[in-house]
Design a protein around this ligand. Structure first.
Ligand code: NCD
Ligand code: ZN
Length: 358
């Protein structure tokens, strides 16, 4: 491949970890993602959370209704695992055909996670049902123990919890979401012996654009930068380099999940600001920048458009998208519901953009 191509055409990608929010927000969030992605896995951390299949189907209808005219974008739904989830809920979710995973938030780990799981042993019967039904477990992999340093929470989650889940449910499909550390990359890579019945990995990880592009200095350069604060929090440069290695490696266990997590400007620019970076409006351009840092644009298609679909046992998209090397200035603010919102990289000029009308 030409080391600095002017155009890049590839299979329409999917976003395997996304927050669309609800109600008035959908008129903004759905078009942002539908312009670039064929499908997205929609996180269930609404208020109240999406815990039943009936709720997931209603939420799906609201998302479908917010699609731009002519859009074929398909939301893939998730359930929010709580201490009260029952094994039967999993069979119902599987039978619906609309629910592709169940999300585990340790209680208190992140935005709207108060209903999360307080003790993993409590959900073991549900995990057994998920293994049985071939329903993937999507993990927010951070411990919430206040004695554990903020920057160590992912690595400690792997040691304390993920190792045990894998030991006790060896055939359970698991996605370690939005990985941020050397330890997570190493663990996922080292655990690729087994496959499911289709030959796809049992354990995979999603990687965000912001964790590929920024290290923790970005939260503090010249002052506190609330729009660069997300969970899991940005880490040191050595971790970012490990994530770039993983994303550009061509290994099928690492794929795209933006974790675009919109919060209105005033809830980010606050004494206690919300966690979450808005990357959806220019997500593909951000990933292209990251891959270009490694001269690995030829690996973007696998990461963005193939490995996630293969993991979930879904067909790859039939359509194509084209990125062109035409500067894209990220706006300082975008309209959002009744407020406004600041995207990641506001005011910066990106090298790539999606071809208009594509
Ligand atoms: C997410 C949100 O705002 O819903 N925030 C974030 O920083 N990523 C929740 C999450 O995925 O942790
Ligand atoms: Zn998320």
């Amino acid at each position: 491949m030409n080391p600095s191509p002017q155009r890049l055409t590839f299979t329409t990608p999917d976003d395997w970890h996304l927050h669309l929010r609800d109600d008035a927000a959908l008129a903004f969030t759905v078009p942002w993602t539908a312009a670039q992605f064929g499908r997205a896995i929609v996180m269930p951390n609404l208020k109240p959370p999406v815990v039943t299949t009936a709720q997931a189907l209603d939420y799906r209808d609201r998302i479908l209704a917010a699609r731009p005219a002519g859009s074929g974008f398909m939301p893939l739904m998730t359930l929010y695992l709580t201490d009260g989830t029952l094994p039967d809920d999993i069979a119902r979710a599987r039978a619906s055909g609309a629910v592709v995973g169940v999300k585990l938030y340790p209680a208190g780990a992140t935005t709207n996670s108060d209903s999360g799981v307080t003790d993993l042993r409590r959900v073991y019967p549900v995990l057994a049902a998920m293994q049985q039904e071939n329903m993937p477990l999507l993990l927010h992999g951070e411990v919430t123990d206040p004695d554990v340093d903020m920057f160590d929470r992912e690595a400690v989650f792997i040691e304390r919890h993920l190792v045990a889940i894998r030991r006790d449910f060896p055939m359970l499909k698991i996605v370690l979401e939005h990985i941020t550390t050397v330890q997570a990359v190493a663990y996922v890579r080292a655990q690729q012996q087994g496959t499911d019945a289709r030959g796809a990995p049992l354990l995979a990880a999603t990687i965000t654009a912001h964790h590929l592009l920024y290290n923790r200095n970005a939260m503090f350069s010249g002052g506190l930068r609330p729009h660069n604060f997300c969970l899991p929090v940005l880490k040191r440069e050595v971790h970012r380099q490990a994530l770039l290695d993983a994303a550009t490696s061509g290994e099928a266990c690492f794929f795209l999940g933006t974790d675009s997590a919109p919060h209105a400007r005033e809830s980010k620019e606050a004494a206690c600001g919300c966690a979450g970076c808005l990357t959806a409006p220019h997500a593909l351009a951000l990933y292209a920048e990251a891959f270009e840092q490694r001269g690995a644009l030829d690996r973007l298609e696998g990461f963005a458009s193939q490995f996630g679909a293969d993991f979930y046992g879904l067909p790859r998209n039939a359509g194509r998208v084209t990125l062109v090397r035409v500067p894209l200035e990220v706006p300082d603010r975008l309209p959002y519901a009744q407020a406004d919102i600041v995207p990641l990289d506001a005011g910066r000029t990106l090298a790539w953009r999606l071809e208009a009308g594509a």
